[in-house]
Each structure stands twice: as structure tokens, then as C-alpha cells.
Design a binder for this molecule. Structure first.
Ligand SMILES: [Zn+2]
Ligand SMILES: [Zn+2]
Ligand SMILES: [Zn+2]
Length: 349
């Protein structure tokens, strides 16, 4: 073959060093710049208070519980928890093939605001800071439980992601075992530290900031970027400039800076297709099983499903389900589009 490799044209695969898995990139399928029209979705104006919402202040929930008249954030045990604290430490093993383990844990619901109509993108930074504080408290409190090894904080935003209630809220699941993704990322960061003697994400962030092609926005303490190995079209990561293993290890300036960059990323997302952008967002933090893990670098992932408009989504099917995730637009062109957007929300005029 005579031609030189051009990652903007030739199909190639990229390594995700956090999971040590590959992603297939097929940029030749989207040679032309995007010219299609953006289908807009009629926006349903939400009220600030919805008497039928089980997350609004003062309303009742399942099992006869009633929410207090909270004015900032509010946490409660999930009334339909996937994990429970009182499960026996049992293990079943048949020929090393049929293997099961009892799994203990807790699931909580985290309300970001009493205002039913808001989202992180439409909250102001001073009111996102208490949300960051709440996340830090939950990580600390649940991580301190002797049987909890991992605290997974996340937000599912939008009906497309299965979030049935638009009220701004997230979840925290604390578990006895390490979830798959956290386990892979912990192992890869440890292996990198052992092989190279540094932090994978500190080194990665330095590369990205030098290159700039995948950086979406940044402040003094955090950067948001489309990872080199992104699988979802507009996937991003938020990485701190200082090495910290968990959200409770952030100082007050860093917490404010995290609130700022979350606001900016979610606003850009909403502006991309002029819709309330759906996503799963969550943090990967140092496991809390008591082992030292100096190699672990706290970060956030955004996994949004949208591809071309407010209604056209990407599906992980076919080759992706059976083989390897695949994308057409490159991480660089996705970052370029997100970078070009305003940080003023499209609804604020
Ligand atoms: Zn509500
Ligand atoms: Zn680091
Ligand atoms: Zn991660």
C-alpha cells in the first residue's frame, strides 16, 4: 500500500487506555461537512412545581414517604433500590461456570434543585456548587461503610436515557464489589503507574492540552474534552488539572470550578441541537475498599446518545454489540463542533 495513513480518512481503531479496549473509527463515511437541517423538538414548558412529581418539595412518594420542603439539594434512599444493605455474603459456584455472589449495597436519589423545570445546564453555578458538595458528602459517607468498595454517582438525563422524570436529579449506587467499568479503569491506571511511573490521566491531559484538537472548554482547574478513544458521537470527559482520587479530595476552589465546567459542558450540549440534551453523566472515583490507590485520577464521563439532531440517535448494535464500538465522525470533529458553540444557553434570550 502506497498511501500514507490519514486518520481523517482511513478507517482505523483507537485504543482506550482506561479500559484497554479498542474503538473503530470510520471517518470516510462522513467526508462532507454536516449540512443537514437540525430537527427541532417542540419544547414542553415545564412548571417550577409539579404536584404529581415524586421529587418536588412537599410531595409524597412511594410507601407513604413525604419529601421535606427542601430549598437546595435533597437526598433519600431509593424507594425501589437495586441494591440492599442486608444481603448475606454468600457465594454459589458450580464447576466454576455457574458463579454467583451475594451483593450488598445502597441506592439513593439525589435532587439537584427544588425547581422542577431546571437542568444542570439551566441552573446557575452558585446553585450547582451545593450539588457538588452533596456528591462529595455521599461519596464520603457511603464510602466509609465497611462493606462498600465503590460509590458510583451518576445522572441519567432525558427520556431517551430512560429518565422518566424531568425533575433535576441523579443517583448514587454504593456496592460491595467494584462495577465492571471502574474495575477496568482502576486496573489500567495501576498498570500504567507500574509500567511508566506516572498517572495515566495526568499524562493524558497534558497531551490533550498541548494538542488542543479535542479540548472543548477549560477553566483554571478542569478541562472538558472529547477523548481520543470516544465511542459515542459527542462523548466528553472532564479531567482535573490537579491529581485527586475522589470528589471529596477537591478543595473549595476545585468544587466551584467543577460546577463551572459542568454548567459550560451541559450548556454547549443543549445548544448543539437546541434541545435539552440527553446523556448519562457520572464520576469515576477511587474505590473505597480501604486499599491505597495513589494511581487513581478522579474524572467525569458524559455519554450522550444523540448523533445528528434532537431526534436522531446513535445505536450500539450489530458489529458494536458483537465486536467493537464504532463511530463515523472523529473525536476531533466532534470537539470542533462543541468548541464552536456558545456558552450562553439557547433559551436565554
Ligand atoms: Zn419535580
Ligand atoms: Zn493524575
Ligand atoms: Zn472513567
Amino acid at each position: 500500500m502506497a498511501t500514507t495513513f490519514d486518520p481523517r480518512e482511513h478507517p482505523h481503531r483507537r485504543l482506550n487506555p482506561l479500559t484497554r479496549e479498542w474503538v473503530l473509527v470510520s471517518p470516510h463515511r462522513t467526508q462532507r461537512p454536516w449540512q443537514g437541517q437540525v430537527e427541532k423538538v417542540a419544547r414542553a414548558e415545564l412548571p417550577s412545581y409539579d404536584p404529581t412529581c415524586y421529587l418536588c418539595p412537599g410531595n409524597s412518594r412511594a410507601g407513604g414517604h413525604r419529601n421535606p420542603n427542601y430549598t437546595s439539594t435533597f437526598v433519600f434512599e431509593n424507594d425501589f433500590a437495586a441494591l440492599k444493605p442486608d444481603v448475606p455474603d454468600a457465594r454459589a459456584d458450580e464447576a466454576g461456570i455457574l458463579v454467583a455472589e451475594g451483593e450488598r449495597g445502597q441506592c439513593r436519589v439525589l435532587c439537584f434543585s427544588p425547581d422542577h423545570s431546571l437542568t444542570l445546564a439551566r441552573m446557575d453555578v452558585p446553585s450547582i456548587i451545593p450539588v457538588v458538595e452533596m456528591w462529595a458528602e455521599q461519596y464520603k459517607e457511603l464510602g466509609a461503610l465497611d462493606y462498600v468498595s465503590a460509590v458510583q454517582i451518576f445522572e441519567n438525563r432525558g427520556e431517551m436515557m430512560g429518565a422518566s422524570n424531568p425533575h433535576p436529579h441523579g443517583q448514587v449506587w454504593a456496592s460491595r464489589s467494584l462495577p465492571n467499568e471502574l474495575s477496568k479503569e482502576d486496573s489500567a491506571q495501576l498498570a500504567y503507574a507500574q509500567e511508566r511511573g506516572g498517572c495515566l490521566l495526568c499524562d493524558y491531559l497534558a497531551l490533550e492540552l498541548r494538542d488542543g484538537a479535542r479540548v472543548v472548554c477549560e477553566n483554571e482547574l478542569f478541562a472538558a474534552l472529547v477523548p481520543y478513544w470516544a465511542a459515542w458521537p459527542f462523548e466528553t470527559m472532564i479531567v482535573g488539572r490537579r491529581h485527586a482520587g475522589s470528589i471529596d479530595g477537591l478543595d473549595s476552589q476545585e468544587r466551584a470550578a467543577l460546577a463551572d465546567i459542568l454548567k459550560r459542558v451541559t450548556t454547549r450540549y443543549d445548544n448543539l441541537f437546541e434541545t435539552s440534551f440527553p446523556y448519562t453523566m457520572g464520576f469515576h472515583q477511587r474505590p473505597t475498599d480501604g486499599r491505597e490507590r495513589p494511581h487513581f485520577h478522579f474524572h467525569a464521563h458524559f455519554y450522550p446518545p444523540l448523533l445528528r439532531s434532537a431526534t436522531v440517535r446513535k445505536f450500539m448494535v450489530g458489529f458494536e454489540l458483537l465486536g467493537t464500538p464504532q463511530r463515523d465522525i472523529t473525536a476531533e470533529s466532534a470537539a470542533e463542533r462543541l468548541r464552536a458553540l456558545s456558552e450562553k444557553h439557547y433559551l436565554e434570550d
